[in-house]
Design a protein around this ligand. Structure first.
Ligand SMILES: N[C@@H](CCC(=O)N[C@@H](CS)C(=O)NCC(=O)O)C(=O)O
Length: 226
């Protein structure tokens, strides 16, 4: 059975959404990143990047949420747009937009706002600005179509939902993105999304951000590079 290495964080949750939507049988394997499971040799053999999610599907290993969504969609033929070069181009463009823009900027914004030991105004504003710019692009795009790729619900919508549902700019920012809100609410109401979000409750993940968690997740705190 497909093994799904996960935590309750945004990137694993969008893969959980696909697995639940597609009805694929899977074995969820918790990786407690606040306890340092991501750095254990057995997990590094699966994902050398020491992050979640990852999957092992027979003799196939895939890491990175965006790569996993594409792999699973191609494999099952589900949640993909029409089989045309034009639609494939749009699919790849928006997947990479989420992978290289929405994900990293949202993650760094949360890092500098919530976890950084010093609150650096420049860094917070830089990441808030870029996060807002990326979400505005999504919102404008969704003003003209129901889903990211048109009329059909695809892996790009799942990819967007992963971070957008947590609105890293803060709940007060939602009025700026009414079209994105419509999509996030619609997906959030789907039974598969509810199962994806509550998957983490089957395991007792560590919640404290103590020294052990900081060492595992923010190793730069003790290793000066620049
Ligand atoms: N590009 C990767 C990013 C993965 C990522 O940053 N995962 C976070 C959770 S959302 C993680 O594993 N954090 C633990 C750590 O940084 O040690 C993906 O989309 O899968």
């Amino acid at each position: 059975m497909l093994k799904f290495y996960f935590s309750g964080a945004p990137n694993p949750t969008k893969v959980a959404l696909f697995l639940e939507e597609a009805g694929l049988p899977y074995e969820p394997i918790p990786i407690d990143t606040r306890k340092g499971d991501q750095h254990k040799p057995a997990y590094l053999a699966i994902n050398p990047n020491a992050k979640v999610p990852a999957i092992v599907d027979g003799d196939v290993t895939v890491f990175d949420s965006n790569a996993i969504l594409l792999y699973l969609a191609d494999k099952t033929g589900k949640f993909l747009p029409a089989k045309t070069d034009k639609a494939r181009g749009e699919l790849l463009s928006w997947l990479m937009f989420v992978a290289s823009g929405i994900g990293p900027y949202s993650g760094q914004l949360v890092h500098f706002r919530v976890y950084a030991p010093e609150k650096i105004e420049y860094a917070i504003n830089r990441y808030a600005f870029e996060t807002q710019r990326h979400f505005r692009i999504l919102d404008d795009h969704l003003a003209k179509r129901k889903y990211m790729l048109g009329d059909a619900y695809t892996i790009v919508d799942m990819d967007v939902w992963g971070w957008a549902r947590l609105m890293p700019l803060g709940e007060n920012a939602w009025p700026k993105f009414p079209n994105l809100k419509r999509l996030v609410d619609e997906i959030g109401a789907r039974p598969a999304a509810q199962r994806a979000v509550t998957l983490k409750d089957r395991h007792k993940f560590k919640t404290e951000m103590d020294d052990e968690a900081r060492k595992a997740m923010f190793p730069h705190l003790t290793e000066k590079v620049a």
